[in-house]
Design a protein around this ligand. Structure first.
Ligand code: VAH
Length: 305
């Protein structure tokens, strides 16, 4: 059993990762900048920039692993770029320094397909490629990957990371992301029968259902370090779709559902990202294999929304 600290525990990934880690029998200390609507486990208020409080919580609880999920996502990061740098990069550096100083065994810091930009091959984006992101969020994720690799290579801290695609879930609504449309659309389909999409009909993005993302995260963290060949962040993929394709998949279950497209600033963010991802390194190193395809995800989401 590990004693695990999660930052950003109230977020879309954090709430479900808390439940998944508890289910595996670990002790979980959830942290965030404000109290959760529903307390799932031990909880502490923590701003990741407060390294004294961070170290106090780590020491007091003898924490053995950290999942550092606190971050400002792509759309909000374009509106508040300095805040995104402070939280995403300075916050990650404080987590890595505290983990190294206090001999935490393993740290997970997520990255994202947002590290890719217009100089990156859009189709089957390779594991090793140009990472020149067009957003501050992407810049902070490249920095985070390099920080994690540095702390592993130079300080021996076991840091692991995944380049998450857009994640789709129903337990906690996301906030400030570009892929959030792929969650909002389900609520709209069930509540009003119509959705106004902030991306163009043909903007294709890599996506994944949350249960797959959680399993990938836990499998990566459980893998023997000697089998891991990537020290920055693993590409991870399941399926890609456009808003029009997602709408068609929903219409199989709700034939009356309608959609219209009114692209905003998030269209340019999405267009700078990959359309599909080569995750062969993850499949080779730690036997990654997605379980959900587009239709299985849509069916599940409409059942539980
Ligand atoms: C965002 N959901 O939209 C996040 C994610 C690949 C996108 O990193 O910013």
């Amino acid at each position: 059993m590990e004693t695990i600290l999660i930052t950003g525990a109230n977020g879309q990934i954090g709430t479900e990762l808390t439940l998944a880690l508890l289910k595996r029998g670990h002790r979980v200390i959830a942290t965030d900048v404000s109290s959760p609507r529903e307390q799932l486990t031990e909880f502490e208020i923590l701003d990741v920039q407060d390294d004294l409080r961070l170290k106090s919580i780590l020491l007091r609880n003898d924490v053995t692993q950290i999942y550092h999920l606190a971050a400002i996502l792509s759309a909000r990061g374009e509106q508040h770029p300095s805040l995104a740098w402070q939280i995403n990069v300075n916050g990650s550096l404080k987590i890595l320094e505290a983990a190294h100083d206090l001999h935490v065994k393993r740290v997970f810091i997520p990255s994202s397909i947002a590290v890719f930009g217009d100089t990156t091959p859009k189709i089957n984006t390779p594991q090793y490629t140009s990472v020149e992101p067009a957003t501050m969020y992407g810049v902070t994720k490249v920095a985070g990957e390099l920080l994690g690799s540095y702390f592993w290579q130079k300080k021996g801290l076991d840091v692991r990371s995944l380049r998450y695609p857009g994640l789709i879930s129903y337990k906690t609504k996301p906030g400030g992301g570009t892929t959030d449309y792929a969650i909002e659309i389900f609520y709209a389909a069930k509540q009003t029968g119509h959705y106004t999409c902030f991306l163009n009909h043909d903007t294709r993005l890599p996506m994944m259902y949350m249960p797959d993302a959680l399993r990938a995260t836990l499998d990566l963290m459980d893998a023997p370090r000697e089998e891991l060949t990537v020290s920055t962040s693993y590409n991870l993929a399941a399926f890609s779709f456009t808003p029009a394709e997602l709408a068609q998949a929903i219409q199989k279950y709700i034939p009356s559902f309608t959609i219209e497209y009114k692209p905003d600033f998030r269209e340019n963010i999405a267009r700078s990202w990959s359309e599909s991802i080569d995750d062969s390194a993850a499949r080779t190193d730690w036997k990654w294999q997605p379980a959900y395809d587009l239709d299985a995800m849509v069916s599940d989401m409409l059942q539980y929304i």
